[in-house]
Write a protein that binds this ligand. Structure first.
Ligand code: BG6
Length: 475
């Protein structure tokens, strides 16, 4: 007994990390375009350094990325060759509404995604679509301050109404916001937030979070009204936080950290603010502007399934630990777990933690789960003949797929599918590098934007093809 029949194997990408063509097809500028590679990147992503246009002296990797805008047929054919059942991708909001608040959508943008979805269908691949993956039209940031402003709920409602109407019958699975909890870690990326000097950042982040949560519930409602067959999911950057020791204070610290993360999905899945969050907001004096209508929309439109990314677990200690490094991987802070390995970028590698995380989410929500990101960012060194032997990637994925299989077969978790992150090399979200590669398909491009953009199959390509062909039996 292994993976269920119809399990959706595939891969996941995001528009800004692969499409490029930032100024083609009537597309407007978005926050993700103006996040540079290099030292300034972090300050821009967290909303400390205001950069709302291209500035001299910086390289902006999203401008061209891997140019999937012009290569998507070739790329989808490669996914089909691996046997993908699903392909997760995201919509560039500013391709559809260049300014975000336009009265009419941009037909060229709509046609681009329609062609892309049809191309998937031609190969028997089910599209899984993230409505926003870290992107927000720049105009909405300049004019309204990003998601701190409730007006964005209406602009988002316009966006989803157009998408669901146009792609009804073509797209069944939708995710409202990628890693919605990233608002608290990368607020410019997650919600288009740029902070003023002396501003209460946390208050602004929770305000933006509330607006996104309400927008997400509206999207669920609108989807079900337009097509009752549509399945709408939330998306969490997951990874259970472990206590650094069994000292009760450490356990409590880890519990608080987990609650901070679960807060988002608690609202999206249960339909109301959990008691611990209400108390936290009350203590902090934060008013998110909840209206009676918000309360009703949240309660009546909970998600159909829970999707999440998993890269690593985290670790929390009540007090600073002597000799313990901080930093846990991804955008989360934490104490380094001495019992697990680390990737070249210092991200923890914890396959058993994957099973633990899956169980935690299933216990808490009792809804089907969908793993929509998992993978190893690593440097690939092509051999003299150009081939790439990425056994480290195969090893990482094999161990994680085994852990997921155990969660299904031993623990009884209901799981819809699994998409690895970046099945084709793409621009790294946290660093803007190309050299942090996740793909089964190598793309000839470097961190400075040089290269032919040629695509090549790595060793892992054939391995993943076999995994899918045997429905996870042959790992
Ligand atoms: C997730 C994001 O946080 O992690 C992706 O949803 C991102 O956009 C992925 O690319 C991997 O992170 P990174 O920084 O290695 O690209």
């Amino acid at each position: 007994m292994g993976f269920p029949n119809g399990f959706l194997w595939g891969g996941a990408t995001a528009a800004n990390q692969c499409e490029g063509a930032y100024n083609e097809g009537g597309r407007g500028l978005a926050n993700v375009d103006v996040i540079p590679h290099g030292e300034a990147r972090w300050a821009v992503m967290v909303g400390e350094r205001k950069m709302l246009d291209f500035e001299d002296g910086y390289y902006y990797p999203a401008q061209q990325a891997i140019d999937m805008y012009h290569h998507y047929k070739e790329d989808i054919a490669l996914f089909a060759e691996m046997g993908f059942k699903t392909y997760r991708l995201s919509i560039g909001w500013s391709r559809i509404f260049p300014n975000g608040d336009d009265a009419e959508p941009n037909e060229e943008g709509l046609a681009f995604y329609e062609d892309l979805f049809r191309e998937c269908k031609k190969h028997g691949i089910e599209p899984l679509v993230t409505i926003t993956h870290f992107d927000c039209p720049i105009h909405l940031i300049k004019e309204y301050g990003g998601w701190r402003n409730r007006r964005l709920i209406d602009f988002y409602k316009n966006l989803v109404t157009v998408l669901f109407t146009r792609y009804k019958g073509l797209v069944r699975y939708w995710l409202t916001f990628n890693e919605i909890n990233m608002i608290l870690h990368l607020p410019f990326m997650g919600a288009g937030l740029v902070f003023e000097e002396g501003e209460d950042r946390e208050a602004v982040e929770y305000l933006a979070a509330h607006n996104e949560l309400v927008a997400s519930a509206w999207a669920t409602k609108i989807a079900h009204e337009i097509d009752p067959d549509m399945m709408v999911g939330c998306m969490l950057a997951a990874g259970t936080c472990y206590p650094y020791s069994c000292k009760p204070a450490d356990v409590r610290r880890a519990q608080e950290s987990n609650q901070q993360n679960y807060f988002f999905v608690d609202v999206q899945s249960r339909g109301y603010y959990p008691a611990y969050a209400k108390k936290f907001l009350e203590r902090r004096g934060i008013d998110v502007g909840m209206t009676a209508e918000d309360e009703k929309i949240l309660a009546e439109n909970t998600v159909d399934f829970i999707s999440f990314s998993y890269y690593n677990t985290r670790c929390a200690a009540a007090e600073p630990q002597e000799g313990a490094e901080t930093g846990a991987g991804n955008a989360f802070e934490g104490v380094v777990n001495p019992y697990i390995e680390k990737s070249e970028w210092g991200w923890g590698i914890d396959p058993l933690g994957f099973r633990i995380t899956i169980n935690d989410l299933y216990d808490r929500y009792q809804k089907p789960l969908f793993v929509v990101e998992n993978g190893l960012g690593a440097k690939d060194e092509p051999n003299a003949d150009g081939s790439i032997d990425d056994d480290y990637r195969i090893d990482f994925l094999r161990r994680h797929i085994e852990a997921m299989r155990d969660a299904i077969t031993e623990d009884g978790v209901e799981m819809l599918g699994y998409t690895t992150w970046g099945p084709i090399d793409l621009v790294s979200a946290s660093t803007g590098e190309m050299s942090k590669r996740y793909g089964f398909i190598y793309v000839d491009r470097d961190d400075a934007g040089n290269g032919t953009l040629e695509r090549r199959r790595k060793k892992s390509f054939g391995w993943y093809k076999k995994v899918i062909a045997t429905n996870g039996e042959d790992l």
